[in-house]
Design a protein around this ligand. Sequence first.
Ligand SMILES: *Cc1c(COP(=O)(O)O)cnc(C)c1O
Length: 395
Amino acid sequence: MYSNIKHYLQKELDSIKEAWLYKNERIIVSPQEAEIKLENGQTVLNFCANNYLWLSNHPELKKAAEEALKSHWYGMSSVRFICGTTDLHKKLEQKISEFFGTEDTILYAACFDANGWVFEPLLSAEDAIISDSLNHASIIDGVRLCKAQRYRYENANMEDLEAKLIEAKDARFKLIVTDGVFSMDWNIAPMDKIVELANKYDAMVMVDECHSAWVVWATGRGVTEYFNIRWQVEIITWTLWKAFGGAIWGFTTWKKEIIELLRQRSRPYLFSNSIPPVVAAAGIKVFDMMASTAELQDKLHQNTEYFVEKMKWLGFDIKSTASAICALMLYDAKLSQDFARELLDEWIYVIGFYYPVVPKEQARIRIQLSAAHEIHHLDKAISAFEKIWKKLWVI
Ligand SMILES: *Cc1c(COP(=O)(O)O)cnc(C)c1O
């Protein structure tokens, strides 16, 4: 029985390889830092982690996790509503709501779950979801799981959004959904215009702050703060492992009726394990730290500006960014991989991104800056980019 499908699967795998779209995983044997050690003994500079604020290995977070390991032990072995809720889970949800000034918060094991199961419990066939074309895969899957009518507008294109809102005008409830920062590019969603259109056409707004939170700057509350429209959106989702250095977990926050219904109906919350207490404890610590200093954010922004300016000056096709993501556009899947491989020989760890992670013809190298980087790290990376560019160009 298996032999037929085995043959088919092998062919699929071969075609992925032939198209230069096959993904390999590199094995790291050290903590996630500016410099990381690979299995082959090579030490490389890391420019592809979401460790924006250098918190993955922060002593205060490790300490909070260690303490929780002693007080609450390792795993919960239960979903939230059976026996998977501790004082730490509740405290963390409360911290998040206080931080955002929102009414309530629900934790998930990952933001993929938060986005995957935010729509289905709230909306049905009479309703409409209007989604940005570059939204994260988890939002796209969440929309697919829901019976609501689907509309897709071109990335950050407000004319197109308005056209879709007009098309969807007869829907009972309308929800516009967007990433705050588009993770494969550099651009920020125009939230001021989005809420204006939402008001005009009586729609709700949901924003995924995974890449914007604590990075897009005012006090770290993401694009809703950047545009000062936090009170005009109904749903915010977030992951805690990007800027926050978290091990794993995500959440949905804002209107209390929405959160309450999600606790009753959202399937990963009902049928999947709750996060380990050690992770919740470190999360609580993160929010305490956020309140006390902006040092790491300042360093992140200085690093990003420095890197982008220098790369532009060298003539690279790289865009300015208000986030910590720089996309070096190469437009060719194979070139993006060759480039990244050559850079690794220069001790620089970046990844080429290509279809299906980004659209075809849009292959690139994504460079992620961090507060963990020092200027000498950046200089080393910049000269390696220059060297490889010349080398590949000559070939
Ligand atoms: C990373 C990311 C997610 C998924 O977050 P997890 O917590 O890893 O599941 C969702 N949305 C966006 C925009 C992301 O960048």
